[in-house]
Design a protein around this ligand. Structure first.
Ligand code: B12
Length: 209
């Protein structure tokens, strides 16, 4: 773990943070470890926001920094032995929630690991998931959400899929900042994934890839 990187991101020193990431990548650091540092920094940013020492502009800057870091890491993350297409995954951030950085990383990792991914974007209503399951016929659905209000929307989404008679043909995974296995149980999904690699592993296990 790079304390320097965690602090640079958390303290909003954007230039230094990006420089450090580039140095770390050139020094052959594990890109997943760099993402873990970014996650730790985001937790600090989130706490400062809750305590009232950071405000919305800091959240926005943190999001922008993270997007830039992800862009720097993508070529490294993509250097995996490629790939036959394993199966289809439908993903989206649930209704009421517009956080998408974590979801985009998951989408990217699923893609480079050989899944056909349909990303519905953010603030996706349950019915839109249902229609996409009917059209795209995925084996796996990933629901992303970072707000506590997303817990109930995820539950409603799972229920809508059930009500449409589609629940038996899909496995559903949930993930995002505030999620854990207890939330997973509340939503009625099949599994919780902590990060993008967990999402890939779940999809591989379910599809038998
Ligand atoms: C950046 C950020 C924003 C940016 C988002 C930009 C974007 N394009 O996504 C902006 C500024 C837009 C934003 C807005 C808001 N935010 Co905000 N935000 C954050 C922050 C700092 C980081 C989130 C993030 O991107 N993390 C980085 C990624 C990489 O996280 P990650 O968890 O490591 O991602 C991995 C896993 O989650 C997993 N994963 C993700 N999705 C999925 C899906 C599946 C299926 C699986 C298996 C795994 C998986 O894989 C990812 C990659 O490895 C968090 C704080 C935090 N600690 O998370 C607050 C936070 C989530 N926001 C918060 C709040 C309150 C808001 C606002 C309501 C603020 C406001 N007053 O307007 C709005 C919400 C708007 C809305 N309707 O959604 C709160 C939520 C509190 C709560 N209990 O609900 C938090 C926790 C901050 C806090 N502590 O108060 N935010």
């Amino acid at each position: 773990m790079s304390k320097k990187l965690v602090n640079a991101i958390a303290d909003m020193r954007e230039e230094e943070a990006l420089k450090l990431v580039k140095e770390m990548i050139e020094g052959d650091s594990d890109p997943m470890a760099i993402l873990d540092d970014a996650r730790e920094a985001m937790d600090i940013v989130g706490k400062r926001y809750e305590e009232g020492s950071y405000f919305l502009p800091e959240l926005i800057l943190a999001g922008e920094m993270l997007n830039q870091i992800t862009d720097i890491l993508k070529p490294k993350l993509a250097k995996l032995p490629e790939v036959k297409r394993h199966g289809k995954v439908l993903i989206g951030t649930v209704e009421g929630d517009i956080h998408d950085i974590g979801k985009n990383i998951v989408t990217f990792m699923l893609d480079v690991n050989g899944f056909d991914v349909l990303d519905l974007g953010v603030d996706v209503p349950p019915q839109k998931f249902v229609e996409a399951v009917e059209d795209f016929q995925p084996q796996v659905i990933g629901l992303s959400g970072f707000l506590t209000l997303a817990f109930d929307t995820m539950k409603e989404t799972v229920e809508a899929i059930q009500a449409a008679g589609l629940r038996d043909q899909v496995k559903i995974m949930v993930g995002g900042g505030q999620m854990d296995d207890q939330v997973r149980a509340h939503t009625g999904a099949d599994a919780y994934g902590r990060d993008a690699m967990a999402a890939v592993k779940l999809a591989k296990d379910w599809i038998g890839a």
